[in-house]
Ligand binder design. Sequence first.
Ligand code: UT7
Length: 342
Amino acid sequence: MRRKVDDLRERGSMGTTNVMIKSTGAYVPEKVMTNFDLEKIVETSDEWITTRTGIKTRRIAAENQTTSDLAYEAAKIALERAELHPRDLDLILVATVSPDMFFPSTGCVVQNKLGATNAAAIDLNAACSGYIYALVIANNFLITNSYKNALIIGSEKLSAFMNWEDRSTCVLFADGAGASVITPSSGESKLLAYDLGVDGSFGDQLSVPAGGARMPATEETVRNHLHCIQMKSGNAIFKIAVNRMKETFTKSMKKAGITIDDISLVIPHQANLRIIESLGKYLKLPKEKVYVNIHKYGNTSAASIAIALDEAHTEGIIKRGDIIGLTAFGGGLTWGSAIIRF
Ligand code: UT7
């Protein structure tokens, strides 16, 4: 009988389990680009960028360094801290909007670089909400006992998709990667609640319009920078972002049955300091309960929360047992939030 139960468990056909973020890791490229460097490229100023976005510096990957390289570096750290060998992984999820190429997926490239010979690999595109989407997907594979060890990564080389003549975007976006190992939890650590959503009708607000099946590459698309990030109205995105992040976070708190007082730290997507501050104000969060590192890294899309989570963890700001909240919005438009007992 015992044997039968174990067999069933093995095949993932019974039982549910709690799932935790076992470890984190992050990697940012060495090259630091300051606002003063940008002043030399486009008509902008350190004063404008600082007051409108909160960004002071960002990291830019080397020419020969790609999204999978950044992902690989972050993944190695997370795996080492989880004391897992890449062969222990069952699943690799790479959240990115700047994949190495259309296919093979960046997940496949990372799987090969790591030597994760027993893992399935998937790329997922939910833009800046990507890390939260990946966390939820990994969680849902693991709670059914389908898989045991998952590696989720948010990795971006957005500089490869930047029009360096467009001051409305090139001051915002940057490169970096964060990774987390997700495993079953025997203690109280678990994903308590989540909420995900999209509104595709705002898809044209933030996009890379060319290079896909709808607008294959031509000389004209290249000349018009249509393979680069286009932002229709930063202002419109700003307003939607604040509203959606508030709404999704409130929904997740309600699902988890907690109030803001139970939360030790909120890690919002790092897109704009003013967006983060309005969220904090709405949620009535004291400043020290909202994690901010946008001044150092700019907007690294799917990597943003993954890097911030790793920093908050390694700096000792969050400890095991703390309840933390994640909330994000991004191109799509997508949004998502999660409440975690870390
Ligand atoms: O992860 C999601 C990615 N996207 C976002 O997060 C975008 C969300 N939106 C934002 O963060 C803000 O809307 C921005 C930072 C993009 C812009 O800030 P804003 O306060 O909404 O400024 P604005 O778009 O209303 O532009 C104000 C002025 C404009 O000039 P005029 O029309 O008033 O003469 C812009 O042309 O600022 C000008 N401007 C700049 N000036 C100097 C726009 N970009 C720059 C720049 N440097 N880099």
